[in-house]
Design a protein around this ligand. Structure first.
Ligand SMILES: [Zn+2]
Length: 364
């Protein structure tokens, strides 16, 4: 019999819905993959730097989902103008539940970010600690030269987790932190040793692929920030998310729609996994050797996808379930007007100009 998993609806705790004509398209794909809601990133144009901005954007997402989402969190985009008072006022109103740290110029739409030390010095992290507002961290050191940016044993994420994160949690011991889209063994080891209120999100692509997949044929649809790493890093991530004892690692796809992935001087960062993330996560668990037909395997998967992150962010329990089946599904481009967005793993196969591909799991 074909394996079918019945699961509670889940929250994607890191995604990019963007704005304008992309918003209804991306929200629809998240509804299609049984999301009860999401944590939607604030790196819009202009960035969402005030509590009233995140309030309006959150409402826009909820309206677009037409009742399909039970809740949405939009983090505040931390920047040089953010003050402790902004945090205290936003938290008091209940609208501010999280803030996003972007390394300056570290990834798409991160040019408004200020260096990490800024928020240590100006009282912002202290105010977040006092009010229970979660710090969502894009944990990569900024402004590195190429040699230090990416090498074996030293890269932007490893440097960040070695040089900034230990002193952060030492100085603000009650600060609630999420290391977002974790990619390295160094990051995994840090999260495992950190206090229980320090957690991490993991994307499907970082469970499934390594740097070899990206550079063999320069599969730019797999280019995201932080970039996929080495086999030992992927193994550490797979072990962390699939462990029956996992209480810290949860699903956050970092799905990001790009209608123009390549640019005149490079490539936009971000992989699109809207519509297919639970399927890819299931594939990732199987790649890690988990038997999803076993009770322990299914429980570990449900913890990761549906429970740990939802509980951490105190999001409402989903009112309904969905079913994931181990039978192939076709993946095709998402058309938005004249433009198209290529979801993973379409765009990283060996063929040129593929118009579709299949993945081993499907949604019922
Ligand atoms: Zn992101």
């Amino acid at each position: 019999m074909t394996l079918t998993l019945e699961l509670p609806k889940w929250y994607d705790l890191h995604t990019h819905f963007r704005q304008d004509e992309l918003l209804p398209a991306t929200v629809k794909e998240h509804m299609a993959m049984a999301c009860a809601g999401a944590l939607a990133m604030p790196n819009l144009k202009p960035p969402l730097t005030q509590p009233e901005h995140i309030k309006a954007y959150r409402q826009e997402i909820l309206d677009t989902a037409e009742g399909a989402f039970q809740d949405v969190i939009v983090p505040l985009y931390l920047n040089a103008e953010t003050t402790a008072k902004t945090i205290e006022d936003g938290a008091r109103d209940g609208i501010l539940q999280a803030c996003k740290y972007y390394p300056p110029h570290g990834t798409t739409g991160s040019e408004f970010g200020a260096p990490f030390q800024t928020y240590i010095d100006n009282g912002v992290f202290e105010a977040m600690e006092a009010t229970g507002v979660v710090l969502c961290v894009h944990g990569e050191e900024h402004g590195l030269s190429g040699e230090r940016y990416f090498a074996r044993g030293e890269n932007a994420e490893e440097i960040f987790y070695r040089e900034h994160m230990p002193s952060l949690i030492e100085r603000f011991p009650a600060l609630r932190v999420v290391g977002e889209h974790l990619t390295t063994k160094v990051g995994v080891d840090f999260i495992l040793k950190a206090p229980e209120h320090v957690k991490a999100s993991v994307t499907p692509q970082h469970l499934l692929y390594t740097i070899g997949h990206l550079i063999q044929g320069l599969k730019y649809h797999l280019f995201c920030m932080p970039v996929v790493k080495f086999e030992e890093d992927r193994t550490a991530l797979q072990q962390a998310v699939t462990s029956p004892d996992n209480t810290k690692f949860f699903a956050g796809t970092d799905s990001a729609p790009h209608t123009h992935k390549t640019t005149p001087c490079g490539c936009a960062a971000g992989c699109f996994t809207g519509g297919i993330a639970p399927q890819l996560y299931a594939q990732g668990f199987e790649a890690a050797g988990v038997d999803l037909s076993s009770d322990t395997g299914k429980q570990a998967f449900q913890n990761f996808l549906c429970e740990i992150g939802r509980a951490f962010y105190a999001l409402p329990e989903p009112e309904s379930t969905f079913r994931l089946r181990r039978s192939p599904q076709t993946v095709e481009p998402l058309h938005i007007g004249e433009e198209k967005i290529i979801p993973l793993p379409l765009g990283i196969g060996r063929g040129d100009g593929e118009s579709s591909t299949t993945i081993p799991w499907s949604l019922l």
